[in-house]
Structures are given as structure tokens and as C-alpha cells.
Write a protein that binds this ligand. Sequence first.
Ligand code: ADP
Ligand code: MG
Length: 468
Amino acid sequence: MDKKQIWQAALGRLELTLSKANFATWFKNTFIIEIVDNEEHVILATPHAFAQAWLSKKYHKDILNSLQEVSDGKIKKITYEVSLVGDEKTVAKYEQQNRSSTQIQQENFSSQNKIEKKESSLGVFNLNPKYTFDTFIVGKNNELAYAAARGVAEFPGEKFNPLFIYGGVGIGKTHLAQGIGNEIIKNSADKKILYITSERFTNDYVDAIKGGRMKDFRLKYRSYDVIIIDDIQFLAGKEGTQEELFNTFNEYHQKNCQIVLTSDRPPQALSAFQERLKSRFSSGMIADISEPDLETRMAIIKAKLSEKKYNFDDNVIRYIATEVQKSVREIEGILNKIIVQYELRRIDPTIENVRDLITVYNEQNKKNVKFSPQQLIETVASFFDVTVESIKGVSRKKELVTPRQIAMYLLREELDASFPNIGSELGNRDHTTAMHSYQKIKTEVAANNRTKKDIEMIRERLYNGSYE
Ligand code: ADP
Ligand code: MG
């Protein structure tokens, strides 16, 4: 077989293991440039930098497997290159972009100014002018999502439509999604961008239905070039709104207008969503953001400090990055506290005072709550798609026991409720049951990533809901 046949055969195998959308998105315009090192090493051409990043990071194993199958195990290595053949427009643009990226950094200051001047027009679109690509720190946890966002901003509606960004709490989904909007306006000021949370979308829709103003609603929602809908997971179970979103989605898609969606989980994991919506969500590009690693957290801290013209000792920065791991939002919260203290005292912060501040911050965060035990239980119930009555009820089915125990755990952690109170909130159970449940979930959070993630998402809902 020659290299062309080998790649065709490998593609045939890959096609069977991937979704149609993913296959079409990532393997279009790929080919083998050459096979070197005694037929062991394949140099694979990809049409642009983010296909290169994506294939090598997400699909390397699959690609290698299929190449090994078709070569009887001979091929052992793959190098991914961006090739000028294929989609030349993309490549040329990307090459130029890469070349000028250092320049962009240097021009950072002047572009900031430009953005500020446009602030009034940006305000119309609900975009926060601070959420730009320039202020977004790229690390291993978000490099693919970032590349995808860049791609979308460069060719809105053309390349990856929709772009679906998902990931946990406070790790940059909104920042990146709005970054796309800000970048598009920076490049073409006449583009109309709609940024909206899914809750706002729901409320607008419900109001329009009630007031008999659906025509206006549609006119308004469909008059933009780009629509960004944040935290789509909150549409779970909202049939009417989903129906309307489906129509809106199709309109944008048909007009080749860009759609950007964010969510706390991937499309296939969205429960209480219409299948046809989920398949629409998956039809373009899906990119995840995970938690930043230590190095990225340090880079973020340094960037935030230098934005404010501060600089702390490296040890202190490392200490903060080690202690605060959950989300970038938390890192920012702690940093702000430290800076206030620093300004008061005019002494460089040491690890000792940072440690105290972090402890106090965590305590305050816990106490500063604005939701009731009942709201907490409702939030847990809706997260797991079960009713409040069944959580409080007697059934010992696993689908109910887990939410029940998590509700108990959160009542303790978030509201400092006593065990007897927790027991009585959850269907008059004994305080020893509450203690046992609390301990059990606490152990699970430490050991089980799934439980930890679930709880993070529930917390996010709790705190987001209460700020409205
Ligand atoms: P999410 O929408 O995922 O909950 P946000 O986008 O609101 O999170 O991010 C929370 C805060 O952290 C924001 O102030 C945002 O600017 C900041 N942030 C998140 N990720 C980054 C990053 N990679 N670089 C710089 N700032 C970030
Ligand atoms: Mg967000």
C-alpha cells in the first residue's frame, strides 16, 4: 500500500469509532505527507494549528491504533504538522496570526485602549470588555478551547458552528465565550453580538409568551450575527424554552451566523434535554476546559498581579497557587483580599499572612450564604432530576440515597446546620443518620472525582442562583 491507501484505510477505521460530526470536523483535509524511519514514522498533515493540536492531544491513541492495524504494527510514531496544502485560506491566516502574536502582545496596551473607547457599544451587547483573549492565560487545561475560540472569532459562522465549551466552575468559560464576542467586534465593529445567560433567555421567552409578544421576541433574538448563550445546562427540563432555542439555533445555523454555547458538562451528559438539541450541540466543535494545573495557576496569579501593577515573592505566589486549586474565580477572590491587606500595611505579604487570609476567606465564604436549607435541597433535587418529596421520603433506592446524602453533606458544609436539624430537614431522620451521611460523602469527595465534580456543580448553582 502507498501512503495514500494507508491513510484511506486508517480513516475508514477511525470513521467507525468516532461520531460523524467529530470525524468530519477533525479529519477533513488530513493526509500523510510521508512515512520515514524505515516505514515506522508517519508525518501527518493537518489543515490548521488547532486541528493539529486537537488531533495530537485528543485522538492520538485512536489514530495510532488504526495506523498500526493497517500497517500490521509497523507504524509506531506520528508527527502532526500543519500543511500548506488543503485549506489554504485558513493556514495562511493562521500562519500570519502566529507570526504576529508577539507583536499582538506588545500592542496589548494600545488595544486595551481601543477596547475602552468602544466600551459604550460593547455595553449594548452585554459583553464585559475585560474578557478578552489578551487577558486569558493559556495553559494545558484550556489550550484547545482557546484555539477553538480563536478559530471561531477569526471565521465566525464558517468553521465550527456551534462551538460548545464545557467545564467546571469558575474556570474561564464565560471569559472565553465573551472573548470571542469582544474579538469579533474588535475586528469588525459592525457585527452584532448577543451575549445572554440561559436563564435570561428563559425569562425573556416566558415573558414574551405571557405578554403575547413572541413576534418581537423572535425579531430581537434573530437579528444578531453571533449569539452566545452561557450556562446552557440551566435549560434542563424547560421544554418550551428548549423548543424555542431549537428554532433559534436552526435560524442562526442556516444563515451561517455563529453560535457559541457554554455548559458545565458535555452535550451527551445534559439530562432532561431534547435529543435533537443535544445532537445540534454536538454538530460543530466541542471543547472542554479543565482545572488549571499548578504552573497555570501561578501564571494566572502573576498575570493578575501585573495587571494591577503588583509583584509578590515567587514563594508566596507558589503558596497561593498550591493552596487555592479549585477555580480561577477563587484565586481572584483571594488575591483581592491579599492586595487590600498589602495596601493597608505596605509590607510584602509573607506565606504566614497569606495562610491566615486564606483561612479567613474560606470561613467567610461559607458563612456568607443567601439561600435556605429548603432551597439547598431543591437545588440538589433538581440537579439529580428527582423530586424534593422523594429525597425526603423513605425509599432507599440508590438514585435517591446519593442525592439525600449529598444534601445532608451540603447542609453541613454550606450552612453549618447541626446534625439533628439536618435529620429533621430531610424527612425527620435521626441525627446519627445525618452524621453518617456527612462522613460518607466527605470521604467520597476526597476519593471520587465524580462526586467531587457533582458537588462543585451544585455549589455553583446555589451561589449563582443566590446572586441574582
Ligand atoms: P466560568 O464561566 O467557567 O464559571 P469565568 O469565565 O467567569 O468562569 O471565570 C472566573 C474568573 O476567572 C473571571 O474573572 C475570569 O476572568 C477569570 N479567569 C478564568 N480563567 C482564566 C484564564 N485562563 N486567564 C485569566 N483569567 C481567567
Ligand atoms: Mg460562567
